[in-house]
Design a protein around this ligand. Sequence first.
Ligand SMILES: O=C(O)CCC(=O)C(=O)O
Ligand SMILES: [Fe+2]
Length: 359
Amino acid sequence: MLCAHNCDLIAVMMQHPEKVSVPVYTAVDREIFLRAIYPRRSPAVLRGVSLGPCLDKWTVDYLREKGGDREVKVHVSPVPQMDFLRKNFLYRTLPFDVFVQRAAETKHSDFFISEEESYYLRSLGDDPRRDPADLRKQFPGLTEDFSIPEFFEPEQFFSCVFRISSCGLQLWTHYDVMDNLLAQVSGRKRVVLYSPRDAEHLYLSGDKSEVLDIDSPDLKQYPKFAKARRYECVLEPGDLLFIPALWFHNTLALQFGIGVNVFWRHLKAESYDKKDPYGNKDPVAAARAMQVLERALHALGELPPDYRDFYARRMVLRIQSCAYSPEPEVAAQGCSPTETLTASDTETSLPSSQISHQD
Ligand SMILES: O=C(O)CCC(=O)C(=O)O
Ligand SMILES: [Fe+2]
């Protein structure tokens, strides 16, 4: 059964006729993923990949019994749309089995803020400040039920995270620095994505977009947001969503939902910050470049405004000409076909029965 928030969603979807639907691929195996999907560096829904018995087994009662009562730290929010700017949510600790019950119900007799509060779990590692989450370690009673898709090399594995949300829960738009396979085990979830190339239209505050209401954004406050291209899909139980590193994503649980996401390194292990259990700290070279930029801005501050403006423009031009990648179409013409698969390469390399677009 769909929850009340779903009616709003239908109205919202009709306001975005220009959205791009994320392609849905069926019968994808490791060879197809690595040849036709992974190199494109754009999101894809993989439907029908075996995720193990979790699909049938993970009912609320089963999760409560097998997941046990270990303590989990969860987000609790009075409204389903979480707001990191006004910090409208609390972190609270609950036994896992109690949390699952609360997230699955819409009205609570025991609560922190109100009867209708929403819950969200993003599981953490054993030492949350140091260890990445790994479902196999924190929830051994559930490990056998979930098969990690073997599309990446084992040494690329970074973390395996439980994601459980109340119906209606919306997580702000953000990016992570690892490749992600987000498995939807139960419930439906809408995911909206934006390309890393749209960063300039998203009003970033660190890894998050300040545009919280992506469905009816305040375009007076955020005029450039209208230029961001919205990619969208609705995940059904059993779907896997490939979210390449740096792609922004915003999730909305259309029903109480259970998911597991697996983060995989895209770059060499040394490229990442060693003290990053979440997989969202910028790669070390990027963090260093950002620090140098802050120093450059500080130096520009020593100049009078007209000189500062002139040298700032020259710096921007230098960055654009030396560090921006060409537009994808141009890139595809300029390199050998084994390096870059264009959309048409991919579509011809898969039978048309294996690829579709959600409307
Ligand atoms: O639980 C969700 O819906 C958010 C998932 C997410 O942000 C991720 O897998 O990186
Ligand atoms: Fe994420």
